[in-house]
Unconditional design. Structure first.
Lengths: 111, 115
């Protein structure tokens, strides 16, 4: 069974703090790494899809990096805002065709 | 509007009563997939489909069936539901089937309770 691990499980920060989470995945048979943002009572929405070692992607205050050789990806949020409160999911896609999700990091940003 | 539509959104049923959760997408996506979400376990893949008439098991397929007779539809069938299938179910679809470097578009979720 392929394991995708995310840390920390939950995070509480103050408005304006910058923060980052980790996603660890198997380094073999890598195809793609996805990041999703999941707000309570809504559906997950894609943030990034990353495929190349060394990839860096950015969307507003959120950015992500990818290291496929060592099997990890970081998600950064600069200057957190209350509306950033959500669960952030990563998902690993291998050459076998399955997309495997981590358990997520639950972020709470206090005003 | 591009969307993935699931029905029903909420359902309470009894053990053994067959039910179907429908999923339809209007984006001409080749790849479709079903997930269940349980507390502490994250999203787990039930079945997925790379194209019409092609389906494969995910990590937790037991007790479920799917079919892909048309590109836009991917229903999830519970032939004889049991209480351990009480969960929140998501259908999702994606543009690029084989490489799956395309992002997933999720439906709004179906909360199923089996008594």
């Amino acid at each position: 069974i392929l394991n995708v691990e995310q840390s920390p499980q939950s995070l509480h920060v103050q408005e304006g703090d910058s923060t980052n989470f980790t996603c660890s995945f198997p380094s073999s048979n890598f195809y793609a790494l996805h990041w999703y943002r999941w707000e309570t009572a809504k559906s997950p929405e894609a943030l990034f899809v990353m495929t190349l070692n060394g990839d860096e992607k950015k969307k507003g205050r959120i950015s992500a990096t990818l290291n496929t050789k060592e099997g990890y990806s970081y998600l950064y949020i600069k200057g957190s805002q209350p509306e950033d409160s959500a669960t952030y999911l990563c998902a690993f896609y291998n050459q076998g065709g399955k997309l495997i999700f981590g358990q997520g990091t639950e972020l709470s940003v206090k005003p | 509007e591009a969307q993935v539509t699931q029905n029903p959104r909420y359902l309470i049923t009894v053990t053994g009563k067959k039910l179907t959760v429908t999923c339809s997408q209007n984006m001409n996506h080749e790849y479709m997939s079903w997930y269940r979400q349980d507390p502490g376990l994250g999203l787990r893949q039930i079945y997925y489909s790379m194209n019409v008439e092609v389906t494969d098991k995910g990590d937790v397929p037991e007790g479920y069936k799917v079919s892909r007779k048309e590109k836009r539809n991917f229903p999830l069938i519970l032939e004889s539901p049991s209480p351990n299938q009480t969960s929140l179910y998501f259908c999702a679809s994606s543009f690029i089937a084989f490489a799956n470097t395309g992002e997933l578009f999720f439906g709004e979720g179906s909360r199923l309770t089996v008594l």
